[in-house]
Design a protein around this ligand. Structure first.
Ligand code: HPA
Length: 270
């Protein structure tokens, strides 16, 4: 696998003239961050050797290298979800490539359903920790020590330092943020009321279908992580209504400017 990662990284190094240290996975909530990038080089996924191609509606696929508030970043517009049929090595391949390109910090975003009764639709949640409920582990299989240790520590999967900085930024900009534990599940079904209840009981504040595999691999690779969710619907007893992908996207779009503000400022303080 290391050869494939290297091949992809070598291809990308030839295409880009900067060496960003911050990577961003533009999930729901950060789509419009692209418009804030200057000096852009865009590389469609289908032109990148060994890269899977994104299929899900509402997610286009390209790597974008540019400056965000003057700082060099490497952004992934469109991620690979496990529910699309990719295996975990494919889902997390871009994170390995980021590591090979010199990325030291990864910022991720997603849409999630909130189980915490204190949450409101449209809230921004800083991810403080996660619970991995995916049926396949991204690190299962032979471990290559050159890529990370066999049994990675996960006691601070989400950088406490970055969480504090993000809270400061939110406070300074009068943006309401909540904090919580993200439960990662395979999807593609949204949860039954009983499942939301179960995820709450085991310690979750929000649930979604992404992020956890990438965060595990980033930790394995020694990349610092910061993540945020947009709470697009509520899995709280008495407040559960029908949810659709369209609604998730609509709420996600509305909350975008606030999340973008936080991430843009955070990149400068890393
Ligand atoms: N469950 C799982 N994934 C989601 C949800 C949800 O309620 N909302 C947005 N993504």
């Amino acid at each position: 696998m290391l050869e494939k990662i290297q091949e992809t990284a070598d291809f990308l190094k030839k295409k880009i003239s900067t060496r960003p240290k911050t990577g961003i996975i533009l999930g729901t909530g950060l789509g419009n961050l692209v418009t804030e990038l200057t000096d852009k080089t865009e590389i469609p996924y289908e032109t990148i050797p060994n890269f899977p191609v994104s299929t899900v509606e509402g997610h286009s696929g390209k790597l974008i290298v540019g400056k965000l508030g003057g700082v060099d970043v490497l952004a992934m517009q469109g991620r690979f979800h496990y529910y699309e049929g990719y295996d975990m090595k494919q889902v997390t391949f871009p994170v390995r490539v980021m590591k090979a390109l010199g990325i030291e910090t990864l910022l991720v975003s997603n849409a999630a359903g909130g189980m915490n009764p204190g949450f409101e639709i449209g809230d921004l949640m800083i991810i403080t920790d996660h619970i991995n409920l995916f049926p396949e582990h991204p690190l299962r299989g032979k471990n290559n020590p050159a890529m990370g240790t066999r049994f990675p520590d996960m006691s601070e999967a989400y950088s406490k330092e970055l969480i504090e900085k993000a809270k400061d930024i939110a406070h300074e900009n009068k943006i309401r943020v909540v904090e919580g534990v993200y439960v990662g599940t395979s999807g593609p079904t949204f949860e039954t009321p009983a499942e939301y209840k179960y995820f709450r009981i085991i310690g979750g504040d929000a649930v979604g279908m992404s992020t956890v595999p990438e965060v595990i691999v980033a930790n394995h690779a020694g990349i610092k992580v910061f993540g945020m969710s947009i709470i697009t619907d509520l899995g709280v007893e008495g407040k559960i209504v029908e949810v659709s992908h369209e609604e998730v996207q609509e709420i996600g779009n509305k909350a975008q400017p606030l999340m973008t503000t936080i991430m843009k400022e955070l990149v400068k303080r890393i």
